[in-house]
Every structure is written in structure tokens, then in C-alpha cells.
Design a protein around this ligand. Structure first.
Ligand SMILES: Nc1ncnc2c1ncn2[C@@H]1O[C@H](COP(=O)(O)OP(=O)(O)OP(=O)(O)O)[C@@H](O)[C@H]1O
Ligand SMILES: [Zn+2]
Length: 835
């Protein structure tokens, strides 16, 4: 039985990457399935790696023409006992199991050439023939073994081994297999995610050829056989007593290339090739964020937290600890002390933070306290990335600080993983493989028997729940440093006329800003929408200017007079009149940060204002510049999107204003309340961090909402208790598991038909497995059209994540979509993005 593979990587990636390559023509449209099914994975939530990784993967052999094999031949290949005279040799064949990052993904078995038996290890790349392809394909080795239960000669050989050493050690290979299984992503793609492309392409290096004399020809007799010039050069190389490049030799021996080539061709000179870095040490980031260097004496709560962490480290077992400390309780100092503890024993740590460029402070704190820190961030060049990766792998780095991908840092003696602001949505990757770094970190920590510390003032419901089921240990820190009080929060009800003014800033907030500026304090204003106006609408005919590819309203940006789609970046000049009825007086409605900036400037003309959103922060280092200006007091009012809510620690911020706390509250997403609570609590936490106290003004249309109420009292426990009740009603995470399947296509009806077909398969799979899985949909998601493609989604829910995963795996494994339909689907396990 053979069938087209509808899950080409490019199709799946296109969901988030518009530049993803179209389905490649040379990818065979058929894949052989020998009918082996995966064993059901274990039910444990708690990453039993050994169990989950022992699953049998479907394996195929790289036959001459895999696409053309019939079911009968297939059966013959696997089921017929080999003739007895072959039994003796079969055990002797070394086999490597190889996966690819493009369809067909494998795994396929290949024969390892005799002389490479000792060399090939899992985690290395190889080049192998595949199907009818003219050139060998690059793949990843996931397993080697002796013995092959097939006919001798039926395995094709590995053509070339690309790496001298594995790019990831055995533990990381196991992690790759686990990710691939749990997130239902091709193993080859997971390898490509784990090993940066800069490493795979040896960015910033070059191969150099070094010349040494052949030791058997250095005697006088041999030398005298050479022409005069060659003799001179050869004697020079012998005298140098070190390997030299040809150009070096040419300079030092004052010769041309001729004699060197002559010596080479006669075999007098041996050539060895070495790969070397071309770049020097990449520059470190500037550290001018004005923070002092000193370490702190821990207070009682911090000391206690550190003791608990040290105990976990000493226990030598995998353990998750939730450091739940209110904003400003000094969590970073605890992480640092814990890392100092393990560094003594020559071990190293990974610290994950939301996006390092947003938190230059955090980076600075680590760089100052450790000799050797590697900071990974999105603005690194490929050469820098490669350089850091090599340092990390050689064990030269004590601490890696970086975003979610830092979870893969190849530390040889990893002793601790820390995830700061563990509730942050950026820890989930929005493209294949759609992994959550928290879950991956957990898997890695458990398999190494080391602690994972999750830190947050507003832990995710998942982590909070884990503390009540015994999967995580709770370490609370209730007090701010120096017993500073939490800032008082005032809710402004925007429904009340008196408080409303013409613009975005209510009377109470206006007065608060005025007072703060008078007292020489600084102000943070949060508005979680960029652009100037969020709708462009004709007051005459009602027409809304929308994106032709996504159907979403365009946002007007005042700089350059552009109207942009925030989903796909489609941009046009903002139309001066209505494109539908030509009415001359189109209106800009809705509020974005640009419009807020204009209003704030008009209201407080003497204040210096800086805006921080993804439009103003495009250039590398711009965060750092704005934040240092703010720290130095050159900026009085900092306004921006949620990027100003994260981790900033400025003692002179006396006021935080939230322009619209409801912006995320009414999203069709079961996490809407959680997000709102987190955002308001986090931004509120940016004030009251110095001796002069602080206050918060929160504008909202729903002041009675439990999430906003709880945030206004800094009451996480109340919020979590209320929210858990809501989640329980529908078995939403963390009480149950959710998966989402998005189906996208150019023709709406065809796309829907595919979604229906997939539903049928899911139902059949559920029945066959007897699994308790609720299936919702297919229905159009909140964004029903994206980048010109119609979208449908299916939502699956179960209290058993293993059953849920297996139901999907079984339904999608051999699901085929005819190429002419041009429909793709994406499986998202534990989705965060519900749009
Ligand atoms: N023991 C201590 N004594 C005095 N100051 C301390 C101590 N520990 C930390 N600090 C300082 O307290 C401030 C707040 O610490 P930190 O930023 O780590 O808090 P946090 O818990 O991470 O807050 P948030 O969750 O809001 O980011 C920092 O300026 C830090 O240098
Ligand atoms: Zn669009």
C-alpha cells in the first residue's frame, strides 16, 4: 500500500512562515508504510523518557526504489525468514537508522560501510541515497546496531558521514525522539531545530589545508632527488617544524606555488585539513545599563528558597521547583546563588528568559556575576551563534542565558535549568516543531536527574496545578525586597462618564501622571496595541478597510501613512477616501500606541516620552538604548505594548497606568482571563520598587471581572482558585489536555471538506482505540482567513494526554490529501495560540 504524504514540511511550516518553500517537486509523492503501528505511548504526564523512548518507530529500509515497492514485496522483505545460509552473515551487517527533515521523513535503515562501523554514532549527519533522487540526501542518524533481518544486499549503504563527532550527545538524541513523538513532528525537523543552522553550515569557519613533510622523505638522499627550488622549500618546511598553510610557506620560503605543488604531487608533502573559526571572539553586548555590581545578602525568604534548591541539587534526582515570588521579591538573585552553588562543582546552567533583548538588565546581572556566560539572542549573526555553540559544547560556558531555544544548549555538564517568567507565551514555538520549552526543559531535567526551577510572580495554571499534584514543589516568596509594600492599585471604571475624557486617558489617570511628573517620578503606560488607529472605517457606508488575504481590519500607522495587516504584514498607503463609496472623510477608530503617544505629548508637553513597541524597536540595540535612557532619567514617560511589562526594575517608576485592561479579556480563548491577570499584575509590579513607593491606575470596562479584581489586589491565590473552577467545568488545561488541528487551503469548500474528512478519521481512530477524547469542529477559527488561505480548526480534548496524542497520531499518520486540493494541516499539541 502506498500513498501520498500530505504532511510535507514546507506545507506545515507555511502556517507561520510565508517564505516556506513550496512543496518540493522532487519529494516523492509516495511513501511506503509497512503497516507497523506505534505502540501506545505510556500514560504518564511525567516524562518517563525511558518508557516513551522505547516506542518502536516505523522503520523502512532504503530500498532501491522505495516509492515503487508493492505491499507484497514489502511483506517479503520483512516477514519471510531469510534462507539459512544468510543467517550467518546477517548478524554481521552494521545498520544505521536515518531520518530526514523533509518528506519522506523516514526512518529508513542503511548499511554502515565496514570501515565506518566504529565511527558512526547517533546524532551525526550522513549522506545517503534516497528513492530515485540523483544526489544523496542529508539525514540524521538516530540509532546504530548490528544485525539486519532482511535479505543481504537489500540495504543501501551510507555514502558519507558528515560529522567527526555527534552534534548532540546520546541524552539529546533521546530528547529529540521524545519531542518528535510528543509533538508529532518529524524527527529530522526536530534535529534541525535543536542544532542551529549556523552550526550545521559551519558559519564563520573555513577549512584550511596544512602542509607537513612526509617523515619518510626527510632524509638527505630523498631530498637530493628534488629540483633545486623544491629542495629549498622542502628544507624550509622541515626546519619550521610546524604545519604551515601554502600561503604561509610561500611568504616564508619566498617561493611561488609551483614548487609546493610539485612537492605535493611527488608525495613529499602531506596535507591535513582543519576547520577553523574565521571570526575572533564576538563582541559582548555593552553593559552600560548603569546597574551596580555588588551581590546581595539574601533575606530570609531568599535564603530559604536557596536552601530548598540546593537540597534538590544535592539529591541528584530530577525535580521541578516553582519559585513563586511576588514581583520584586528578588528571584533573580536566588537563581544566581543557586548557579554559583553548582558552578563550584564544575557544572553549568541554562537560564531561559522571555526575550533577552527586552531584558538587558537580567543579562547584565548574569554577565557580571560569572566568568563565562553565553548570551543567546535573536540578533546574533550566524557566525556568533556558531561560535557560542562551540564554546558551550566544549564545556567552556558556565551559564547560557537565552530564549526558548536555549533549552537545547549542548552543555556537557548541565546541572540546573532555570526558566524565568515561566508563564510567558514566548516559550511555546509557533511553528513546527511546536514545542513548549517548559515541557522540553522538564523532559531534559528529568532525564539528567537535575532540578528545573520555574520562576514567576504569576505562574501558569499548568505549573500551579503541578504543585498540587506533587509534580512540582512550591517555594513561595511573599515579600518584596526590604519589605517594600506592593503598590496600591486603583481601578478606573471607564463606563462612568465623569471619569472619561475625550481621549484614551481618564481624568484620574491624567491627574496621577501630573502628580508623578511634579514629584520627579517616572511613569509607565501600557497599551497592548501598536499602530495609530486599529480600524479604518467609512462613516458614510460603514466599509472597513481590511486585508484582502486575512479579512482582518487594517491598522493605520501614522508614520508614512500606511495601513498594515498585523497578521500578515500586508501594507498599503492609507486611503484618503472610502475605497467603497468614495466618501471623503474616512475615520480612524480604535486606539494604538502611536495615537496614545500623540495624546500623551499633547497632555504633558514638558515631559520626555519614549514609545516601545515592535515598530519602534526594530533595530538591534534599540531596547537597550531606550531602557538606559529611562534608567538615567532622560525619559519621563515610557509607553508601549506588553514588552514594557516584562521584568524591568527601575526604582523611580512611581506610577504605572494601564490604558485598557480589557484588551485581552474578551478573546475567544480559555486563557483570556489568565493572560489579563498576568499582564496587569506584571506591569503593576514595575512600580514601588524603590524607597518612594508606587501606585497603579488600571482603566477598564469590567472592573468587577475576577481576573481584574484579583490583579488589583495582587492576589494570585484568589485568581488561581477562581480560574481552576472555570477550567474544571470544561476540563480545559491544566485539568485536561487540548490539541488543535488547523486545516488551511485556497478554496473554502475544499478546505472544509478536508477538515470533515479528517474529523471522520479522528472519530474512527477514537473508536478503534476506545479513547475518551472530545472532538470539537471543524469550525472556522477566530481568524478564518490568513495569508490568502481559508482556515478551519478542530479542537480535541481529553483528560488523558497520551490517549489524545495517540488518537491524532493514528488518524493523521496515513491521512492523504490529493495534491490538487492544495490543502495542508498542522497539529498543535498543547496549543497556546487559539486564533
Ligand atoms: N537580598 C537582597 N537585598 C537587597 N536587594 C536585593 C536583594 N535581592 C535582590 N535585590 C534587588 O531587588 C531588586 C528586585 O529583584 P528582581 O528583579 O530579581 O525581582 P524579581 O523577583 O525578579 O521581580 P520581577 O518578577 O518583578 O521581575 C533588584 O534590584 C535586585 O538587585
Ligand atoms: Zn493580512
Amino acid at each position: 500500500m502506498s500513498k501520498p504524504d500530505s504532511r510535507l514540511p514546507s506545507n506545515r511550516d507555511a502556517e507561520t512562515n510565508p517564505n516556506a518553500r513550496a512543496a518540493s517537486a522532487d519529494a516523492p509523492s509516495e511513501r511506503v508504510d509497512e503497516g507497523k503501528r506505534l505502540d501506545p505511548p505510556p500514560k504518564s504526564e511525567a516524562f518517563d523518557l525511558s518508557a516513551e523512548l522505547s516506542i518502536g518507530l516505523p522503520v523502512d529500509t532504503a530500498d532501491e526504489k522505495p516509492e515503487e515497492r508493492s505491499g507484497a514485496q514489502q511483506a517479503e522483505l520483512f516477514e519471510t525468514e531469510p534462507p539459512p545460509w544468510e543467517l550467518a552473515v546477517e548478524d554481521d551487517i552494521a545498520v544505521g537508522r536515518i531520518v530526514f527533515s523533509e518528506a519522506p521523513y523516514g526512518p529508513y535503515d542503511y548499511q554502515i560501510p565496514e570501515e565506518e562501523r566504529e565511527h558512526l554514532k547517533p546524532g551525526m549527519r550522513v549522506r545517503v541515497p534516497l528513492g530515485k533522487r540523483r544526489h544523496p540526501m542529508t539525514g540524521w542518524c538516530i540509532e546504530t546496531r548490528i544485525g539486519f533481518k532482511g535479505r543481504r544486499g537489500s540495504l543501501r549503504p551510507i555514502v558519507e558521514i558528515l560529522d567527526d563527532e555527534p552534534l548532540c550527545d546520546a541524552a539529546l538524541v533521546r530528547l529529540v525522539l521524545w519531542i518528535s513523538h510528543y509533538y508529532q513532528a518529524p524527527t529530522g525537523q526536530v534535529f534541525d531545530t535543536l542544532i542551529p543552522s549556523s552550526v550545521r553550515s559551519n558559519a564563520g569557519t573555513r577549512e584550511r589545508a596544512y602542509l607537513t613533510p612526509d617523515p619518510h622523505r626527510t632524509d638527505e638522499k630523498s631530498i637530493e632527488l628534488l629540483p633545486k627550488k623544491q629542495q629549498a622549500v622542502f628544507r624550509f618546511l622541515i626546519a619550521a617544524a610546524r604545519p604551515m598553510t601554502a600561503s604561509e610557506l610561500m611568504v616564508h620560503a619566498q617561493c611561488t606555488r609551483g614548487p609546493i605543488s610539485g612537492l605535493q604531487s611527488k608525495g613529499y608533502i602531506e596535507v591535513t585539513r582543519r576547520r577553523e573559526m574565521t571570526t575572533g571572539t564576538p563582541m559582548r553586548w555593552q553593559k552600560n545599563d548603569g546597574e551596580s555590581q555588588h551581590t546581595h545578602t539574601l533575606n530570609d525568604e531568599q535564603t530559604h528558597a536557596l536552601e530548598r534548591i540546593e537540597n534538590a541539587i544535592d539529591s541528584g534526582t530530577g525535580k521541578t521547583l516553582l519559585l513563586h515570588g511576588v514581583t520584586g521579591s528578588g528571584k533573580t538573585e536566588v537563581y544566581i546563588k543557586a548557579i554559583e552553588y553548582i558552578v563550584q562543582f564544575g557544572r553549568s546552567a541554562i537560564v531561559m528568559v522571555p526575550e533577552i533583548s527586552l531584558t538587558p538588565q537580567t543579562r547584565g546581572r548574569f554577565e557580571r556575576r560569572f566568568d563565562s556566560v553565553a548570551v543567546l539572542h535573536s540578533q546574533m549573526t550566524p557566525a556568533e551563534r556558531h561560535f557560542q555553540w562551540q564554546r558551550i559544547r566544549r564545556g567552556e560556558v558556565q551559564v547560557v542565558v537565552g530564549p526558548r531555544s536555549a533549552v537545547f544548549a549542548p552543555m556537557p555538564r548541565l546541572g540546573l535549568i532555570v526558566m524565568d517568567e515561566e508563564h510567558d507565551a514566548s516559550f511555546k514555538q509557533n511553528e513546527q516543531p511546536r514545542y513548549h520549552a517548559r515541557k522540553v526543559a522538564h523532559a531534559r531535567a528529568m532525564s539528567l536527574g537535575i532540578p528545573l526551577i520555574l520562576g514567576s510572580a504569576t505562574p501558569s495554571m499548568e505549573t500551579w496545578h503541578a504543585t498540587s499534584t506533587g509534580h512540582a514543589e512550591l517555594i513561595p516568596m511573599h515579600e518584596r525586597i526590604n519589605n517594600r509594600p506592593m503598590p496600591s492599585v486603583e481601578l478606573v471604571d471607564l463606563r462612568i462618564r465623569d471619569d472619561r475624557t475625550r481621549g484614551a486617558i481618564s481624568r484620574p489617570l491624567h491627574l496621577a501622571v501630573q502628580e508623578t511628573l511634579r514629584d520627579q517620578g517616572q511613569v509607565i503606560l501600557l497599551l497592548n496595541r501598536r499602530g495609530f488607529a486599529t480600524t479604518i472605517q467609512c462613516p458614510s457606508c460603514g466599509h472597513v478597510v481590511a486585508c484582502p488575504d486575512c479579512d482582518m481590519p487594517l491598522t493605520h500607522h501614522r508614520d508614512g501613512g500606511k495601513a498594515c495587516c498585523h497578521y500578515c504584514d500586508y501594507t498599503i498607503a492609507t486611503p484618503p477616501w472610502c475605497p467603497a463609496c468614495r466618501f471623503d472623510g474616512i475615520r480612524y477608530g480604535g486606539l494604538g500606541t502611536q495615537r496614545l503617544e500623540v495624546e500623551v505629548k499633547a497632555r504633558f508637553p514638558s515631559a520626555t516620552i519614549a514609545r516601545m513597541d515592535s515598530d519602534t524597536m526594530k533595530r538591534p540595540g534599540s531596547h537597550q538604548r531606550v531602557l538606559s535612557a529611562f534608567r538615567n532619567g532622560e525619559v519621563n514617560i515610557l509607553l508601549g505594548t506588553q514588552m514594557i511589562a516584562k521584568g524591568l526594575d527601575f526604582p523611580n517608576v512611581l506610577l504605572v497606568g494601564v490604558i485598557n485592561a480589557d484588551s485581552a479579556l474578551h478573546f475567544p480563548d480559555f486563557r483570556a482571563a489568565e493572560r489579563t491577570f498576568q499582564l496587569v499584575t506584571q506591569v503593576a509590579g514595575r512600580t514601588g520598587r524603590g524607597d518612594r513607593g508606587g501606585r497603579v491606575v488600571v482603566q477598564t470596562f469590567s472592573p468587577e471581572h475576577p481576573a481584574i479584581q484579583a490583579a488589583s489586589r495582587h492576589d494570585y491565590l484568589q485568581f488561581a482558585t477562581d480560574e481552576m473552577v472555570n477550567r474544571r467545568k470544561f476540563n480545559y488545561p491544566p485539568l485536561g489536555s487540548v490539541a488543535r488541528i488547523i486545516i488551511r487551503g485556497v478554496v473554502e469548500e475544499v478546505t472544509e471538506a478536508v477538515a470533515d474528512a479528517l474529523l471522520g478519521r479522528l472519530e474512527a481512530s477514537r473508536q478503534a482505540l476506545g479513547s475518551e477524547v472530545r472532538i470539537l469542529g471543524p469550525a472556522p477559527p477566530p481568524i478564518p482567513k490568513l495569508r490568502g488561505k481559508y482556515r478551519f480548526h478542530l479542537l480535541l480534548q481529553s483528560t488523558d494526554s497520551a490517549q489524545l496524542g495517540e488518537t491524532i497520531r493514528r488518524a493523521t499518520d496515513s491521512f492523504t490529501i490529493p495534491e490538487k486540493d492544495d490543502v495542508q494541516f498542522v497539529v498543535d499539541i498543547d496549543p497556546i495560540d487559539m486564533l
